[in-house]
Design a protein around this ligand. Sequence first.
Ligand code: 4GX
Length: 246
Amino acid sequence: MRVGVVTIFPDFVKVIKDYGVIAQAVENGLIDIEIFNLRDFTTDKHKVVDDYPYGGGPGMVMKPEPFFRFFEFYSQKYGKPYVLLTSPQGRRLTNNFAQELASKEHILIICGRYEGIDERVSHFVDEEVSIGDYVLTGGELPAMVVIDAVSRFVPGVVEEESVKNDSFYNDLLDHPHYTRPREIEGLKVPEVLVSGNHEEVELWRRKESLKKTMLKRPDLFIKHTFDELDKKALISLFRELMSNAQ
Ligand code: 4GX
C-alpha cells in the first residue's frame, strides 16, 4: 500500500515510520509512506503557505496554490490517489473506516493547519476524516492516527488473528490478557487460562468480553449480534451470577 502525506511539519510526521510494527512493515515493503513538505511547493522567497481570510475574521487560511502545485507534481509521479483531508468536520474514524481505507492501494493525506484550507482545495479531496470531536492544532496527529489504524489492516502487518481478536473488530471489547508469572503479589492468573482446555479458555474469554462490553460500552453491547458462543457465554455468565446471589 502506498501512503502519501503533505504537511508543513514533515519532521513531526516522519516518526510514524520509525517505531514498532509500522517500521517493520515499511522495512518489509508492505507499506510505502512518503511525506512531503508543502513549503517545497511554494514559489515565493519566504515559502509562505498561509494568508488572511477573505471577509475578515481571526486566524489564517492555508493558501491554495502550494496544494495545486503539489497535486500536479504528485499525480504526475504516482497517479491518482484516494485523497483524505484531516478535519474536525470529517467522517469519524472507526475500525471499520480504517479497514475500508486499507483496501485502497494508494491514499494521500492532507494535513491542515490554522483555521483551515482554502475551500477550492476540496476539489481534490475524496473524503474528510476526523479522529474525534475535539479541536487540535493541526492535521498531523490525525494523519498519523489514520496511518496507524489503517496499517493494522494491511495484510502481513499484524497477525490476522490478532486483528480479529481486537476490541471493536466484532463490536465487542477485548478480553483481559495475562502472561507470566502465574502469581505476583498475591494476584493470580485465572485458573482456566493455565488449564490447557482450549474450549474452556474460549468460553471464558468471550464471557469476559461480553461482561466488559456490557458494563463499559452498553451502546456496543446492544448493537451486537450474538453468535452461538455468545449465547453459551451469556447463559453461563447469568448462571454464575444467580448462584452467587443465592
Ligand atoms: N480530526 N484539526 C485540522 C485545521 C483544519 C480545519 C479545517 C482542514 C479543515 C482534527 C480532528 C482537528 C484541527 C485538524 C483543525 N484543516 N482533524 N485543523 N479532530 O481537530 O481531524
